[in-house]
Design a protein around this ligand. Structure first.
Ligand SMILES: [Zn+2]
Length: 582
């Protein structure tokens, strides 16, 4: 016998077999028992929630001569002919493929004739929202003059597309998404019946991926069975659904929480390299963070819902405070809506990864090399960094203390302490300081204003991918030939630098926007800016000669004597202060 899809074989044949819609099936059974059926029903709800199955069961139960308690017998000729789709008094129409007025007129004409074999003629119109306006009008006429032995069951996933005049003439039932636990039980029942071994966690993964639709759940299970080697394993389910394993999510989140920016980005790359889709990744991470949060409040619910939990999941939920999880969820949510409209979702994933991994640690901390520099020059940022680092250490100590109090056990060894993690930080991009200084030396407020005025128009002229990069940047200093473009995140700056065409595209478009002014951009990460600026000011004050030399190196016309250089630097020093105050 040819292989039949699980969802066909296991389609419910009785109201009591319809999973997760107890209230609806009970009401329909009662109507049949009490002979109080309506002449038109509207079944709404997401796909795979049992609408058409319930409609067919209804058609059988109302026509079955052996019906007991409102259920069909499923053995008589009437029941069999309906199940097999050869009963001419039960007519199934898929509006998605028959949306013509003719079709509905035909129904209307035929509906005038009494049923031949059955007691009731039943029309089941699936995806009824797909009908054209003309067809709806024809249907409305039919519903306005109900025939005694004719019943219409209209099914739809999109009830808002159905005219109110139709809805008001029907009895409406809203089918709910089926709960994960209900789906799990049903799948396990089927697997036992067909004698296929399985890992319990695998079934939870499948049930979750089905998003409340039993038909999807059964299709995924079908794939997992054919993918598996006799036993449906967690790995099979993960592969088929494209879900992330808990281990991957554990690792990623743990790295983010410990501020291991580099490690988290590596994990992200590994996850994406496995072919995970960006949107799927965000969804899985959101669910995961939500589960962590819920596990803190109501561990039992999550244990029941997810089956077995890994130790690292439990550890993470103890470790990450609820406020941080709320913030993670907010950031992931934000990214989810950004990603909806872009062709380059991976960039957003990298940005959100950096955001997650630098959360609560202010940007100066993420730049130890520069921090050291500024300590030498007695800069303010150094102390800010120190303070925030100390604050973190204190809060970690408090956490450990609390855990010690609660459990009487010292905290288990962690992959990295906060202090260590900070020292790892991102691989710093090489910044061509000489070029930066040269631009700063020539920079004027006028040039910057000119550039800022056309900035919005410039972005609009860029292709989507480049626009996505540039959204995270702003011009911060501009001279007659070059300008400094600061990127919010180093990773984005690196990407912009890697895009070989970006500079030329920007310059080209600038020349179209302004006459006589099309400076060449130099990309820097924003977090490096305060230090660069400070270093420049220091050099300008103490070693005016050096600036002149830098200028010469790059063969740009520069004032040759040092007095002029000092003047030049002081002029700049003044203009820079105003730039910074912006
Ligand atoms: Zn029967």
């Amino acid at each position: 016998m040819a292989y039949q899809a699980l969802y066909r074989v296991w389609r419910s044949q009785r109201f009591d077999d319809v999973v997760g819609q107890k209230a609806i099936t009970q009401t329909l059974k009662n109507a049949i028992i009490q002979h109080k059926t309506s002449h038109a029903y509207l079944f709404t709800g997401p796909r795979g929630t049992g609408k058409t199955s319930a409609a067919k069961i209804f058609a059988k139960a109302i026509n079955c001569p052996n019906s007991v308690d409102g259920e069909p017998c499923n053995h008589c000729e009437m029941c069999l002919s309906i199940t097999e789709g050869r009963q001419e008094d039960v007519i199934e129409i898929d509006a998605a493929s028959n949306n013509g007025v003719e079709e509905i007129r035909f129904i209307r004409d035929r509906a005038n004739y009494a049923p031949i074999q059955a007691k009731y003629k039943v029309y089941i119109v699936d995806e009824v929202h797909m009908l054209s306006t003309g067809a709806f009008n024809a249907l409305l006429k039919t519903l306005e003059e109900p025939k005694e032995n004719v019943i219409f069951i209209l099914a739809t996933t999109e009830p808002h597309k159905i005219p109110l005049t139709i809805i008001s003439r029907t009895q409406r039932f809203d089918f709910k998404r089926i709960g994960v636990q209900d789906i799990v039980e049903h799948l396990e029942h089927i697997l036992k019946e067909i004698d296929v071994a399985f890992e319990e966690e695998a079934i939870f993964v499948i049930a979750r991926a089905a998003e409340g639709g039993m038909r999807d759940a059964l299709s995924i299970l079908d794939q997992a069975i054919s993918f598996s080697d006799g036993t449906v394993t967690l790995a099979d389910a993960m592969a088929v659904t494209g879900s992330l394993t808990y281990e991957m999510m554990d690792q990623y989140l743990s790295q983010a929480f410990h501020h291991e920016v580099e490690g988290a980005l590596e994990s992200l790359t590994a996850i994406l390299a496995e072919g995970k889709e960006a949107r799927r990744f965000l969804e899985d991470m959101l669910l995961y963070c939500r589960d962590l949060l819920m596990y803190q409040q109501a561990p039992k619910i999550i244990e029941e819902k997810s089956g077995q939990l890994t130790d690292s999941f439990k550890n993470l939920s103890e470790e990450i405070p609820a406020e941080v999880l709320y913030e993670y969820i907010r950031l992931l949510n934000e990214t989810q809506s950004e990603v909806r409209f872009t062709n380059s979702p991976n960039i957003y994933l990298e940005v959100v990864t950096v955001k997650l991994a630098t959360l609560k640690s202010a940007s100066p901390v993420a730049q130890p090399a520069l921090v050291a520099e500024s300590q030498a020059s007695g800069e303010m940022h150094a102390s800010t960094a120190e303070i925030s680092q100390l604050q973190q250490q204190i809060s970690q100590l408090q956490q450990e203390l609390q855990q010690l109090k609660d459990t009487g056990q010292p905290v288990s060894a962690k992959p990295a302490t906060n202090g260590k993690a900070e020292n790892r930080k991102t691989a710093t991009m090489r910044i061509p300081k000489e070029q930066v200084f040269q631009i700063l030396q020539e920079a004027t407020r006028d040039n910057l204003n000119q550039l800022r005025q056309v900035w919005g128009d410039l972005l609009d002229m860029l292709p989507v991918q480049q626009k996505a990069l540039m959204r995270h940047s702003e011009p911060i200093a501009a001279g007659p030939n070059k300008f400094l473009l600061a990127f919010e995140y180093e990773i984005i700056c690196q990407r912009a630098t890697d895009d070989v065409n970006l500079k030329a595209t920007l310059q080209n478009n600038l020349s179209r926007l302004m006459t006589d002014y099309a400076p060449e951009p130099l990309f820097i990460p924003k977090e490096a800016w305060p230090e660069l600026r400070q270093a420049f000011v220091t050099i300008a004050q103490e070693q005016p000669q050096q600036i002149a030399e830098i200028g010469n190196e790059d063969q740009v016309a520069m004032p040759q004597n040092s007095e002029e250089s000092v003047e030049e630097a002081q002029k700049l020093f003044g203009s820079l202060v105003t730039v910074v105050d912006d």
